[in-house]
Design a protein around this ligand. Structure first.
Ligand SMILES: *[C@@H]1O[C@H](CO)[C@@H](O)[C@H](O)[C@H]1NC(C)=O
Ligand SMILES: *[C@@H]1O[C@H](CO)[C@@H](O)[C@H](O)[C@H]1NC(C)=O
Length: 363
């Protein structure tokens, strides 16, 4: 090693050691959390968050290896600094009794935060009990909780998180600006109800990259008011596809604009891999009926391939009042089971295609 390199190595060491000690770190275990998977560690987590969020300089909440049981956690801002990291080396599990979260709507909720990075970790909501309750058609099942919700926040990053067995949606981004979800892994059984992978609504500048989502419902679901959304290199299946949907159930919903799904969107045994549904009406009751106020424009699908679990692989069911406009499809190759070709279905939808287009376009 030359002197010059040696010197720069020393400087680098000093630099990193220096920043590691100057940024405050709050270790949940030191604050009383127990890595035994049983003891309720909600309070130590909340304490760690309050300290990190209340710090005047960049701060980290650190969750070491081990399994920590936590109930509903509220990571609320605004914080005193705009660089809070939640670094998870361990696993978070929900309370065994599904009613605890099931009535709370959210398990881990970040709200009003600006500049937060969530890195690593596994979150296991242990949804199986609630799914069984729902499939038994008992009237006493709670709705269930979203595992990770990011609401009314800006500049949030979620890196390398694994979410398994959510009671309801795994990750929800609502009312946010500039959120990056990268390298996440979402897993729930194909028959688990409403376990959508990532749901985005009322948010602008959300990017979802390099992720893998296997669930019982939508892989990525895009709701009212999602604009400038970018989805790249996301593998879906089993489950449903990338769905711009659940629109039309209220009269005054905001539009969906500028959505890009590109490069290496791999579908494996997915129901309706590409879906736009403006005429969504759960239970077919009290919906505006074909006059959804949601305008959908500038949606691009590029390099989407794999297998559809339904014959209709591409479905654009748009309203007469606000037809879906300027949909672009390039190099889409979706097949249905052995030798039966997949099909596309369009109502009030228009756009253009280029490159490979399987199924044949319905524009
Ligand atoms: C569309 O959204 C992307 C980010 O997803 C952004 O880079 C681009 O500028 C937007 N385009 C328009 C026309 O707003
Ligand atoms: C479409 O995908 C199938 C299955 O992966 C493949 O065999 C076929 O060559 C692809 N077609 C084109 C035109 O790329």
């Amino acid at each position: 090693m030359t002197n010059h390199l040696l010197l720069s190595a020393i400087i680098t060491t000093i630099f990193f050691t220096g920043t590691a000690t100057s940024a405050a770190t709050y270790n949940v275990k030191k604050l009383g959390a127990k890595p035994d998977g049983k003891t309720d560690s909600t309070k130590p987590f909340t304490d760690a968050w309050s300290r990190a969020c209340g710090s005047n300089k960049p701060a980290t909440v650190y969750v070491p290896k081990g399994t920590f049981m936590v109930g509903g956690l509220r990571f609320s801002g605004p914080c005193k600094n705009s660089d809070v990291t939640v670094r998870i080396d361990g696993t978070l599990v929900a309370p065994e009794n599904y009613f605890v979260l099931g009535k709370a709507r959210y398990w881990l909720r970040f709200q009003h935060v600006h500049g937060v990075t969530i890195v690593g970790g596994t979150v296991d909501a242990r949804g199986a009990g609630l799914w069984a309750c729902k499939s038994s058609r008992s009237k006493n099942c709670p709705d269930g909780a979203t595992s990770l919700a990011i609401s009314n926040s800006n500049n949030v990053k979620v890196y390398g998180l694994t979410s398994v067995n959510s009671q309801m949606f795994h990750i929800v981004v609502n009312g946010c600006k500039n959120v990056r979800v990268v390298g996440v892994n979402v897993v729930a059984p194909a028959d688990s109800p409403n376990t959508d992978g990532i749901h985005v609504q009322l948010s602008t500048g959300v990017t979802i990259l390099d992720s893998k989502i296997s669930t019982g419902d939508d892989c990525v679901s895009i709701g009212p008011g999602a604009t400038d959304l970018w989805v790249e290199n996301v593998a879906c299946g089993p489950g449903h596809g990338i769905s711009i949907g659940s629109l039309g159930k209220d009269y005054n919903e905001q539009g969906v604009k500028n959505v890009t799904v590109k490069r290496n969107a791999i579908m494996t045994n997915v129901e309706n891999p590409i879906l736009i549904d403006q005429n969504y009406c759960p239970g077919h009751k009290n919906c505006p009926n074909q006059v959804s106020g949601v305008r959908i424009s500038n949606v691009k699908y590029q390099d989407v391939h794999g297998t559809s679990a339904t014959k209709v692989a591409v479905r654009f069911d748009c309203s007469k009042k606000y037809p879906c406009k300027r949909i672009t499809m390039q190099d889409v190759n979706l097949s249905f089971k052995n030798k039966v070709p997949a099909s596309a279905y369009c109502v009030n939808a228009g756009g253009k295609t280029s490159g490979v287009m399987k199924p044949t376009s319905c524009f």
